[in-house]
Design a protein. Sequence first.
Length: 152
Amino acid sequence: MIFKARRNGTIQLQLDPVARDLIGRACVELRDTLQEGTEEPALRRLFPAAYADDPSRQRAYESLVHDDLVDSRVRALDTVIATVDDDAISREQAEQWMQALNAVRLTLGTQLDVSEDRDPYDIAEDDPRFPQFLVYDLLSALLGSLIAAVQR
């Protein structure tokens, strides 16, 4: 287990320093990208279309919710950045961690073109993207472990 539910209601972080550093850097990078407000293609899965067949309604929807979605994700990423070196986090912080880890994972998965048709684990070790797939795998394991700990 990477995350462990404690009797006092907190979640213990059993992460090695390398994982903590990787998580922190990934969250900082994504936060900075979100705050820049760019149309980065890798962010598309973070903001799925509500009205893909109606551009006018889609623009109206985006004008209503986009800034709130960005703010929510930035708050979650800031929580992880602030607590990544802690021994334990609260349940509320764990929810922010889940949102942040999922956002980083979705963004990386989009960059790597991960889909249901493409197995992210079927990649040769000599592929230059292999390290990124390892990070994707780590993020998936972290998210799964955190969800399990929160459900206890």
